[in-house]
Design a binder for this molecule. Structure first.
Ligand code: ADP
Ligand code: F6P
Length: 323
């Protein structure tokens, strides 16, 4: 493996930089030249590539976002786009590619691998919606950001004896909502596919205030929204109808930014080094993952055909702890 290239793609996640830094420095130590592709697959197709050295990734471990920048590209989904990308990789005589991104980006990596190009994927998405790993890069930092916001909102909710809906990201997956709900002490968690009825929300709000709770915090996953109405608007209507004051906060992209936590810096670093090791060993077409504290690999095709599941234990804990 003489020449390795690395790109970041899809939604950025805190810890991507730690991962890029590890691919570069560990790759160089393993005897390879490392090339950085800017703006994900869009940059790959348009030849936006340069050689990286150890110094070029200095000081980035503590930065959020991605120094390689990210992009979403419809063209890359086409056979023509993928052929263009392959031409560029061959033109630079790249022997192996590391793709750092979410499930969409891993789909792209699988396409290149099916076309015969050696690829290793690294899961990076605050949503934690990728099978084959217990944690993706960025999840821990996003959870800490959500908790910080929840703690602040609780102060003002208690001061006014209000109900608050806090909408968090996660696409169709409820990981962030579930874990933040437990760790932040929410009174209710609303997850995609497990929506709660209007009657249940009204009953729970009333009963919480009657029991002397000073606030009622609902963490709602964005994926629980319907095409007609956002989950936040729906819940706000229910609470107002129950006779209580309600406010809402959609946390939005604040969840994606910020300096990565210690966990994400370590995870990004370990994933990056493991990706280089696997490329060098010729174990390609795989995604690196974390399982019981260890680095593992899973075929990207298996990852993509497996639905990520929420922990049954966490689901069981969420309700009783809210009372
Ligand atoms: P994420 O990686 O965060 O899930 P996206 O779903 O937007 O983000 O995917 C990032 C990019 O990966 C897309 O813009 C596209 O270029 C590529 N991609 C996504 N899905 C596919 C697919 N099915 N086939 C090929 N490339 C894909
Ligand atoms: O996948 C990460 C994520 O932040 C999702 O939680 C969210 O739905 C989506 O990306 C928003 O993406 P963007 O605003 O970049 O299109």
């Amino acid at each position: 493996m003489k020449r390795i290239a690395v790109l970041t793609s899809g939604g950025d996640a805190p810890g991507m930089n730690a991962c890029v830094r590890a691919v570069v420095r560990y790759g160089i130590t393993a005897g390879a030249e490392v090339y950085g592709i800017r703006r994900g697959y869009a940059g790959l197709m348009s030849n936006d590539i340069s050689k990286l050295d150890s110094r070029s990734v200095g000081g980035i471990i503590r930065q959020g976002g991605t120094v390689l920048m990210s992009a979403r590209s419809a063209e890359f989904k086409t056979p023509e786009g993928q052929a263009k990308a392959l031409d560029v990789l061959h033109g630079w005589e790249i022997d192996g590619l590391v793709v750092i991104g979410g499930d969409g980006s891993l789909n792209g990596a699988a396409c290149l691998h099916r076309l015969g190009f050696p690829v290793v994927g690294i899961p990076a998405s605050i949503d934690n919606d990728i099978a084959g790993t217990e944690m993706a890069i960025g999840v821990d930092t996003a959870l800490n950001t959500i908790l910080d916001a929840m703690d602040k909102i609780k102060d003002t909710a208690s001061a006014h004896q209000r109900a608050f809906i806090i909408e968090v990201m996660g696409r169709a997956h409820g990981y962030l909502a579930l874990m933040a709900g437990i760790a932040g002490g929410a009174e209710m968690v609303i997850l995609p596919g497990r929506e709660v009825s209007k009657a249940a929300v009204m009953r729970e709000v009333k009963s919480a205030f009657l029991r002397g709770k000073p606030h009622f915090i609902i963490v709602a996953a964005e994926g629980a929204s319907t095409p007609e109405k956002s989950i936040t608007n729906l819940l706000t209507d229910y609470i107002i109808e129950s006779g209580h004051d309600a406010r809402s906060t959609v946390l939005g992209h604040v969840q994606r930014g910020g300096s990565p936590s210690c966990f994400d810096r370590l995870l990004g670093t370990r994933f990056g080094a493991a990706a280089v090791d696997n490329l060098v060993m010729g174990n390609t077409g795989v995604m690196i993952g974390l399982k019981a504290g260890e680095m593992i690999t899973t075929d990207i095709e298996t990852v993509l055909s497996t639905s990520p599941e929420l922990s049954k234990e966490a689901l069981r804990l969420a309700e009783p702890l809210a009372h």
